[in-house]
Design a protein. Sequence first.
Lengths: 251, 249
Amino acid sequence: MSKTYSDEELISRVWDVEEIKKLVHKRVYYIADDLRSEELADLWVSDPDHQKTASFGRNWGYYVGLDNIKTYYTDSHTALLELQKSANGASALNVGNLYAHPASTGLVELAGDGKTAKGIWYCISQETTARGDSTADAEWMMEKLAIDLIRENDGWKIWHLVIATDLHGEAGQDYSQQPIYVDWDSDAVRREFGVPTIEKLTHDATFNWWDDYPFMPKPYEAFHDAISYGPEGFVPPINKGWNAKEGRNYL
Amino acid sequence: MKRKLTLSQRIQNAAASQEVENVKARHTYFHGRADAAGEWAQIWSRSDDCSWAHAFGRMRGFDQVWYGSVTQYDKMAMENWLEMFEQYPEIGGKDPRPLMEASVHTLVTDIIEVAADGKSARASFITPGVIHSVLTPEGKKYCNVLWERYGSDFVCEDGRWKYLHEHVCPDIPGKLDMCNWAADEYARITDPSPKESMPPTLGPPPPVTDPGPMHTPYSVLKKPQNTVPWPEPYETLDQDHTYTPFVFK
């Protein structure tokens, strides 16, 4: 976008992009400390209209509305942690767990009108969860992270978020020995996601990045649904090949 | 560089630094889809001065870079598709390029310097990358790791920042969690009949103007190679401030 800005406008835009990067990086620390409720309260939209349309997507669909996001992201998560604590006879939640989803390769596009922004990052992540026998399950997770941000009275906030997992597997194990096709019914990441508000396959890593989702943000003047990282912006990849099963059942 | 920039120049250069960061990240996401045509068509200068270098040497001029980085790359993707379609008919109708692999060179530790004249920028990065694919002719999925350094020059053309030079310096290639690059390299070179090491690039080397080797992966016999030192503040892109020495015709 070759729009011309005054120095004052330009430095405001530079500042906004740095604030957005900082917010996304802070989210990494919230995850590391397992502060999911605090993340939703501090980093996500607070305007009621924005909360209604907020979304949290993964490969299999979207939770829409901040209440539904909270049910999945904090309530279900805490329930799982309680089960783990009980099964492990642990003294507290999260004993033996560790989470790190560092965000790298940031690409942030601030809208020409300055009201919204879109960004994409890549995360070489790990999640470690304690087992009842005093061992732990250590997993690598490779994932794209895409976020729509919106400016509210007290600064930039997360509005729509998508985590598209490319692969996950046990640390120290040969990934090439995994079956080619992941059984989603038993896949831990799929099961953790539960039943979202809108169930829809958005990223099938069987075909690498063929489906191009979430897509790279392009320079834009003003936010509109077609470019959203919420469900409105998802367009199924075109696939009409013989015996292709529409890209393994794109809905 | 001794020139003191005005506040306005500093603001322009700060914005330029963010633009350059985005161009570099766009490279990663284009490359992750093996969309070489998209990358070179959209974010590269078409200048005769553009260059792309790897262990095998340096391609110079847009046509040579396009041939090596787009034409040859697409050829590998098409050949890969042809090897796979009978085993995996579900790839029918899909773009063969991203099916080859997701080569994700993540970017960290960037140092970006915009020239005092505002016409160019220079940047260094470290990339702890992952390269993965699910469907392969061998019937096995894979995830490799590849750590590299980048030295990148950019130019501003008609208000848009474009790539001019890229120098890729591979340090550690291997299978995720299944390699010890130091022990593996020691075992390789002490083998009475040493095998080839894991190649840091896909396919045969393309035609180059400046032959390699330019920066080779880790060896127990070598010092660290500071092939693309971080950029210092500079006035303008010239022979002393570039990742590709200019050739004057």
